[in-house]
Design a protein around this ligand. Structure first.
Ligand SMILES: [Zn+2]
Length: 208
């Protein structure tokens, strides 16, 4: 069998089984848990015959005033009449936050754990690839704004960036915008301070 057979069969998730989410920290795409069951069944047969999982640990973890249900499981699949080695999955879900209890916590942690094991088989891979990208972007974005990139103002003669001119006393004598305005007015093109100085000398020499 082709090594990528299961991966290729399971990678794409139909639109109707995808649900975008944004919980304020992350945004991405949730996969409908029933679609995953359907895909396992399609690939290996009914639960208990072609695949099954064993929960190996169910516990709660406290993180400050948040309690999280954590479930570990092993997924087994049957291929060519043989059972696989355990495919590990771990999942978590909040069961208590600010005194609010979620009685779905363990169930959702189980779903999460199964999704991790399925992910190892490539099931839903296409969503995870783009979801990872979205997660990454969501984390990157809201932090401090990147330093503003200065407008690109190339000198018409040397191609160098036209920058603010600082005098010998370290004080700015002319901003890039002022230099551009003056050189365009005087020479018909934007010039950096050095090229403007040369142009000035050239013009003086020509008129002499
Ligand atoms: Zn220049």
């Amino acid at each position: 069998m082709d090594n990528l057979f299961i991966y290729e069969q399971g990678r794409s998730v139909p639109k109707e089984a995808q649900k975008p989410f944004n919980n304020g920290r992350f945004s991405g795409t949730d996969i409908n848990p029933m679609w995953r069951i359907k895909k396992l069944t399609e690939l290996f047969g009914p639960a208990g015959i072609g695949w099954y999982y064993e929960v190996t640990s169910e516990r709660s973890e406290e993180h400050g005033d948040v309690v999280i249900a954590v479930v570990d499981l092993n997924l087994y699949i049957k291929l060519g009449g043989e059972w696989s080695k355990p495919i590990y999955g771990t999942g978590g879900n909040v069961i208590l936050r600010k005194g609010q209890v979620s009685d779905e916590g363990y169930k959702m942690a189980l779903t999460d754990a199964l999704s991790v094991a399925c992910k190892a088989l490539g099931i839903g891979a296409d969503v995870y690839f783009s979801a990872d990208k979205t997660k990454y972007m969501a984390v990157e974005e809201p932090k401090e704004a990147k330093p503003k990139v200065e407008a690109h103002n190339p000198c018409s003669d040397c191609g160098g960036e036209i920058l603010t001119y600082f005098g010998e006393d370290g004080k700015p004598k002319a901003t890039a915008a002022q230099i551009i305005n003056r050189t365009v007015a005087a020479y018909g093109r934007p010039l950096c301070w050095d090229c403007a100085t040369k142009a000035k000398l050239r013009a003086a020499a020509e008129s002499a």
